[in-house]
Design a protein around this ligand. Structure first.
Ligand code: AMP
Ligand code: ZN
Ligand code: FE
Ligand code: FE
Length: 306
């Protein structure tokens, strides 16, 4: 069933401000889902998506707040995946969160995160940093998805580093001495799972934090055949040149173009709500894609809260 029958191709006025990538304390942001949705309205946004890493646990609280204060909420998630040896973050919008294969796979990723935590602590202790698992849990009591940013927060609280950036730069980034890898879904599988769950998928910060412009157009075309809906083009990790090149690829292939903040509260600077936004017609295409996937799979996708 379409998400909102009769609204296909609907036109949002161009002043509408849409931010489709944010994190709450349920993963590595610093706002609760309620605080995040209120902050989105205060920032002048008309539409916001909650996209915590690998979990839908924040959806209910965010939806209740959105309905109460009258802001449009898109429920999503940012899935940790691997593609040809590289980490790729896949934004899944409006998947049925009860679709069993998706539930199983997210549990696998979250277990990988839980298992990594004591390994990271051991690694750091081996480097002479007196940190415990409890120190990390104490700074992230609401997190369903534990991660390196929480270890970074514990290191800040212990006085080892000044902020998250210093923690990543000196210890936690790939190639630094405190780095430990974790399980991730294959990108192909994650795209298929989102589509089968009646959702739409967008590759987050496609060429962010990378020296190479990969995946390139041919790879993106193959991913589109697997069900990929769009590319996050306007993101702080992309300079103007990369945005232009990605926009051209999206136009060639007919992929949806999104722009978003990747807001993490105070956990990430330069990522304020609304710092990048998505064009209303691209947003409408994204919602249509989820409706089409839902009709094909028979999985009921969550309604956009209006
Ligand atoms: P994880 O998924 O636990 O391996 O952690 C990766 C997450 O850490 C990413 O999704 C980013 O949100 C965050 N991150 C990566 N680098 C930095 C950084 N330099 N400063 C703050 N957060 C970062
Ligand atoms: Zn994050
Ligand atoms: Fe990401
Ligand atoms: Fe993110």
């Amino acid at each position: 069933m379409p998400l909102h029958p009769g609204e296909r191709g609907c036109h949002y006025p161009s002043r509408v401000r849409i931010d489709l990538h944010t994190h709450s304390r349920v993963s590595d942001g610093t706002d609760s889902p309620e605080e995040l949705v209120r902050a989105a309205q205060a920032a002048g946004l008309d539409v916001v998506a909650l996209t915590d890493h690998d979990t839908a646990d924040g959806w209910a609280e965010a939806a209740a707040t959105a309905a109460e204060i009258g802001i449009e909420l898109v429920r999503g998630m940012e899935i940790s995946t691997l593609h040809q040896g590289r980490s790729v973050h896949l934004l899944g919008y409006l998947p049925d969160p009860t679709y069993p294969p998706l539930v199983t796979e997210l549990q696998h990723v979250l277990e990988g995160r839980r298992h990594r935590l004591p390994m990271m602590v051991e690694r750091l202790r081996g480097l002479g940093v007196e940190i415990t698992v409890d120190d990390v849990l104490a700074v992230s009591p609401d997190a369903a998805a534990s991660g390196r940013p929480h270890v970074a927060d514990a290191l800040v609280r212990l006085g080892v580093v000044a902020d998250r950036d210093e923690a990543f730069d000196t210890l936690l980034a790939a190639g630094r001495p405190g780095y430990v890898g974790r399980y991730a879904t294959s990108l192909d599988q994650a795209i298929a799972l989102v589509a089968e769950a009646g959702g739409a998928s967008v590759i987050a910060h496609v060429w962010g934090r990378s020296t190479s412009e990969r995946p390139g157009e041919a790879e993106l075309a193959s991913l589109q055949e697997l069900g990929l809906t769009g590319l996050e083009v306007d993101h702080q990790d992309h300079d103007a040149t990369r945005r232009d090149r990605l926009r051209a690829i999206a136009r060639n292939l007919g992929l949806v173009v999104t722009g978003s903040s990747d807001y993490h509260g105070t956990g990430k600077t330069m990522h304020d709500l609304g710092v990048n936004t998505t064009a209303p017609e691209e947003y409408a295409r994204l919602i249509d894609a989820a409706a089409t996937a839902s009709a094909a799979s028979g999985r009921p996708t969550p309604q956009v809260i209006r």
